[in-house]
Design a binder for this molecule. Structure first.
Ligand code: CAA
Length: 380
């Protein structure tokens, strides 16, 4: 058993940490306020290979493993939660399903664009009436000659407003229930596709979270991922991978909150001494640090399961996502508590981190869904 990162993973961690702390952290409060999608930062990250971390070099990626991807997402999210999820969606919700389930032609066509930052990716799954219950989706795709005609509406799509390439799910045969869902790659400039309402979110405010509309969108039939009816399994398999990265995002946000809390507790004086000397503050800091370490180990273990080729790692991914999200909300709340009234002010980073953390328990499967996945693995 070895808890050390490999030399490649360590190198990546150092490089991303340095970049994220110098380039991303100073912009985080600004883009939280303005909601501006961080294109300039993404272009820089593309040059560092961070938009195609797990994509082989022959398609323009960096060819790292899944633990490395989690390490990169943690460091990016520690500096800026919005940028963290934008990059996670591009990597695990867009490049991954294309890499895993598309033809060689589609890989050659789309992966280099997603790795170079020429275009960013998004995952069109959630709908106004279908969140946790994926099979309740209403979007349809019917084959007409060489094209599928896609109709429907997607909601709460991270990167939605700025993406150029979308992985989209729709029913090709409703009678077959979840076995009738198919997955497609859809390009933004296809006639009939449009971006709808921009969501005014509580946190991760720079993620261009938008509604997507499909009105008779003609998608070439070769843009189908896998076979007709493979969509549900492609979706679940992809979410298994991406949940590890949301776990990593949670660890990054929580680590940032701990960093802030430790710094503040050493500077802030009360009753004639720094508040870090008080046992109740010490207890909070000890709890936060322990929770973060436990979550990080769960995340790395889930990535390790994927890297070693385990066929099914849904439970490990769900555990990492559920636990890391849970502690991120707790750790950021404690960080606000340590800051006292200042923690409730937008002048201090912990206010933003607390807002950013809440989404972790909601997207890519709520915490309740993660518990269902874990329990079903144990009971079925
Ligand atoms: N891998 C492969 N196959 C899987 C699987 C997995 N992880 N999980 C389930 N399946 C298969 C099952 O084996 C079953 O196969 P058969 O039909 O051959 O028997 C089939 O899929 C149906 O499985 P279930 O009966 O378990 O399906 P369900 O309808 O009960 O749903 C669920 C299960 C876990 C609740 C699932 O619907 C789910 O994960 N929901 C949450 C959706 C979600 O995470 N949305 C996130 C949106 S994306 C996002 O948030 C992005 C963003 O903004 C950043």
């Amino acid at each position: 058993m070895n808890f050390d990162l490999t030399s490649d993973q360590k190198m990546l961690q150092d490089q991303v940490r340095k970049f994220a702390q110098t380039e991303l952290a100073p912009l985080a409060p600004e883009i939280d306020k303005s909601g501006e999608f961080p294109w300039p930062s993404l272009k820089k990250m593309a040059k560092l290979g961070l938009l195609g971390v797990i994509v082989p070099e022959k398609y323009g990626g960096s060819g790292f493993d899944f633990v490395s991807l989690a390490i990169a997402i943690e460091e990016i999210s520690r500096a800026c939660a919005s940028t963290g999820v934008i990059v996670a969606v591009n990597n695990s919700l867009t490049t991954y399903p294309i890499l895993e389930f598309s033809s060689e032609e589609l890989k050659k066509k789309y992966l280099p664009q997603l790795c170079s930052g020429e275009k960013i990716g998004a995952f069109g799954l959630t709908e106004p009436n279908a969140g946790s219950d994926v099979a309740a989706m209403e979007s349809t795709a019917r084959l007409e000659g060489d094209h599928y005609i896609v109709n429907g509406t997607k909601r709460f799509i991270t990167n939605g407003g700025e993406a150029g390439i979308y992985v989209v799910f729709a029913y090709t045969n409703r009678d077959l229930k979840h076995k009738g869902i198919s997955a497609f790659v859809v390009e933004r400039d296809t006639p009939g596709f449009s971006v709808g309402k921009h969501e005014d979110l509580m946190g991760i405010r720079a993620t261009a979270n938008c509604e997507l509309m499909f009105e008779d969108v003609k998608v070439p039939k070769e843009n189908l991922l896998g076979k007709e009816g493979d969509g549900f399994k492609i979706c679940m398999n992809t979410l298994d991978v991406s949940r590890i990265d949301i776990g990593a995002q949670a660890v990054g946000i929580a680590q940032a909150a701990l960093d802030e809390a430790v710094r503040y507790s050493k500077e802030r004086k009360a009753f004639g001494q720094p508040i870090c000397n008080f046992e109740m503050i010490e207890a909070l800091i000890a709890e936060m640090a322990t929770e973060i370490q436990a979550a990080r180990l769960l995340v790395h273990y889930a990535g390790f399961c994927k890297d070693k080729g385990m066929q099914k790692f849904s439970k490990e991914a769900a555990m990492s996502k559920y636990y890391a999200s849970d502690i991120a909300v707790d750790v950021t709340r404690k960080a606000v508590q340590i800051h006292g009234g200042y923690g409730y002010s937008k002048e201090y980073a912990v206010e933003r981190l607390y807002r950013d953390a809440k989404i972790l328990e909601l997207y890519e499967g709520t915490s309740e869904i993660q518990k269902i996945v874990i329990a079903r693995e144990l009971t079925r």
